[in-house]
Design a protein around this ligand. Structure first.
Ligand code: ADP
Length: 652
């Protein structure tokens, strides 16, 4: 076995690879950008090498520096993880040319699957069903349009170099073809420098079912069953599971046989995934699935396969890359139970899944599984770590295994309800709503399910009285006096200090929540000002919450509610009628600052540039005024952070 490997990745996948390597006695080298110097994968690895500044194009995508780091540290092999350089054949060549082993397939295998049209032609030849359509060389519009008519509308135009859904256009009517084609080509040209396309039959209400395959360098190839990844939003997977709900023996035999054919056609070595699109409008039928693409790497959702087979896929990757024969024969790989994986992201589901940033001031994952189930949390962050705008904002993958689908799904629901995260907006409630959705629960999922139910799945109910009461009590400071045990009875002893109720005011989004807290007859109560003028008096229940930097987050099942606890200094400002401020409309990076404290600025004057979602947003002065405070260049801000504070304005 290798003595030392380098992991050309970050976050949860780097940590996950390190764990297996350590168990196998293989030393690990991490690489990191400046933004990741203090991150979990760096702390976990035996050694770590800095490879550049935060942007990926200057660090995690610079193959040359990564290979140099491997040579410097004496690593014998490089594991690419997923994303970044994992499917870049030029990087594989570079690794091999340096005398190192790439833990993954050959550059030739990656190239064979790199372009959608060539891959489809290759698969067709190998006898793998491909989506009906045109994937030839000729590209003139008359030919493509006539092919579309032959295929039958609706059709899908796809960039052959495509990825991430770019250069993809659905066309419903022949009259729209020409325009859709030119727009797909423009997008493809800009994104990939290649405007060649293929035309496919558009499969209505499709399911995405993929097969995990594994090959070695001795001509063997096996499959490790399928995963269903139909729960997608804008072509991104949300909750994955294995096996696929409703899978029949006949369908599985047909799909896995096709997947093995695909892997053998390119002499595939290592872990790979064959993605199929399935027309399940009449149930799962062996003549209704088609090859879509092959991912020539370890997949994000690989843990569900590990949970149902008991195989450590990273261990297999290391063994195969080292030249060993596959550890198990096909007939030795068994499917046991059912597993789900939910991708927990720092994002605002209710606002179009806007990526979020922030510091994870409170982070807690459940560790106790219900009897018969087991849990696994794959994460690359710890409490106190930051989700930066530079990388994918995934916080963790929550994985549950149970003896059957229902038990596993219930386990996932519990896991989501018990997870506590404060400091960034997260999608826990959305994931829980999806897990609880009746169609999802019954296994009736297609790739459009989330889109159709988006409003319902992303709605956050208003905080209950109990939630507000818990926040108010925490902010009042009264709960801090409680020692171990029941805070409500422990407070009794302090009754005489608080004979007069205290008023507590909190911010909840744009709203102000106000309440009185007091102690009466030895029991603490919270009196909420209801909107209709009534008051709601209640004894707060015991509920989990976290206090952090001017906020309190209350966890009500999978939904977390964050209240701002006003800083007494801020209030003094307000009392003086003093300042007003400009807040960040979204999380991002303060790229350029064009003014300084003390400057007099005029309405409309650009003050700073915020980079968010890979775009630059110019922030201008909303009115004339004098700047008291302005954000620092290079700082990362979360949604709502004060960017500019203005001095008191005369005459308003
Ligand atoms: P990309 O490489 O850009 O991600 P894919 O070919 O992998 O593109 O397709 C992405 C997603 O688009 C699939 O998971 C599926 O949801 C949808 N899709 C792809 N091909 C078709 C098709 N022929 N009919 C309907 N939906 C499709």
């Amino acid at each position: 076995m290798f003595k030392k490997i380098l992991i050309a990745n970050r976050g949860e996948i780097a940590c996950r690879i390190i764990r297996t390597a350590r168990r196998m006695g293989v030393a690990t080298v991490a690489v990191y950008s400046d933004a990741d110097a203090g991150s979990m994968h760096v702390a976990m690895a035996d050694e770590a090498v800095r490879i550049g500044p935060a942007p990926v194009t200057e660090s995690y995508l610079v193959g040359e520096r990564i290979v140099a780091a491997a040579l410097e540290t004496g690593a014998q092999a490089i594991h690419p993880g997923y994303g970044f350089l994992s499917e870049n054949p030029d990087f594989v060549d570079r690794v091999v040319d340096a005398g190192l082993v790439f833990i993954g397939p050959s550059a030739a295998s990656i190239r064979a699957m790199g372009l959608k049209d060539a891959a489809k032609r290759l698969m067709e030849k190998a006898g793998v069903p491909v989506v009906p359509g045109y994937h030839g060389e000729a590209q003139d519009i008359v030919l493509l349009a006539s092919k579309a008519t032959e295929i039958g509308y609706p059709v899908l135009i796809k960039a052959r170099a495509g990825g991430g859904g770019r250069g993809m256009r659905r066309v419903d009517h022949p009259g729209d073809f020409a325009e859709a084609l030119s727009s797909a080509r423009r997008e493809a040209k800009a994104a990939f420098g290649d405007d060649r396309v293929l035309v496919e039959k558009y499969v209505e209400k499709p399911r995405h079912i993929e097969v995990q395959v594994f090959g070695d360098n001795h001509g063997n190839a096996v499959h490790l069953f399928e995963r269903d990844c139909s729960a997608q939003r804008r072509h991104q997977k949300v909750i994955e599971e294995a096996p696929a709900p409703g899978m029949t023996d006949e369908m599985r035999a047909a799909m896995t046989e096709a997947a093995i054919k695909a892997a053998k056609a390119i002499a595939y070595s290592g872990a790979g995934t064959i993605e199929f699109i399935v027309d399940a409008s009449q149930g799962l039928r062996p003549d209704r699935f088609w090859f879509m693409e092959m991912n020539t790497r370890l997949q994000v959702e690989h843990p569900v396969t590990e949970m149902i087979t008991g195989v450590d896929l990273v261990e297999w990757q290391l063994r195969v890359a080292h030249g060993e024969v596959l550890p198990l024969r096909q007939d030795e790989i068994e499917l046991d139970g059912h597993a789900f994986e939910a991708r927990l992201y720092a994002e605002d589901a209710a606002r179009g899944f806007l990526p979020a940033t922030g510091t994870l001031h409170h982070l807690w994952f459940p560790d106790e599984a219900a009897p018969g189930t087991s849990l696994r949390v794959e994460t690359g962050v710890r409490e106190g770590d930051t989700i930066s705008p530079f990388y994918d904002p995934m916080i963790a993958k929550l994985v549950v295994h149970g003896p059957d689908r229902k038990t596993a799904l219930d386990g996932l629901g519990d896991m989501l309800a018990e997870t506590e995260i404060a400091g960034s907006t997260v999608n826990t409630a959305f994931l829980a709503a999806l897990a609880a959705d009746p169609d999802f629960a019954s296994g009736d999922v297609d790739t459009g399910l989330i889109g159709r139910k988006q409003d319902e799945l992303t709605a956050i109910p208003a905080p209950s009285g109990a939630v507000v009461a818990a926040a108010v009590l925490s902010a009042s400071g009264l709960s801090d006096m409680a020692n171990a045990g029941d805070p409500w009875s422990a407070l009794a002893g302090y009754a005489h200090f608080h004979a007069t109720p205290r008023r507590v005011t909190l911010g909840y989004g744009e709203e102000v929540v106000s309440a009185k807290v007091g102690v009466e007859a030895g029991r603490t109560f919270v009196e909420l000002d209801a909107r209709d003028g009534e008051t709601l008096r209640l004894l707060p229940p015991s509920i989990n919450l976290a206090r952090w930097l001017g906020h309190v987050s209350v966890f009500d099942g999978p939904v977390s509610y964050t209240f701002a606890v006003p800083d007494p200094l801020d209030r003094a400002d307000e009392a003086g009628g003093g300042t007003d401020s400009l807040r960040a409309p979204m999380p991002g990076l303060v790229k350029v600052v064009r003014a300084a404290a003390g400057d007099s600025v005029t309405k409309g004057q650009p003050l700073l540039i915020l980079e968010a979602m890979k775009m630059e947003h110019s922030i201008a002065a909303p009115h004339d005024g004098v700047i008291v405070e302005i954000a620092t260049e290079g700082s990362q801000v979360s949604d709502g952070t004060v960017l500019v504070r203005f001095a008191e304005q005369a005459g308003e």
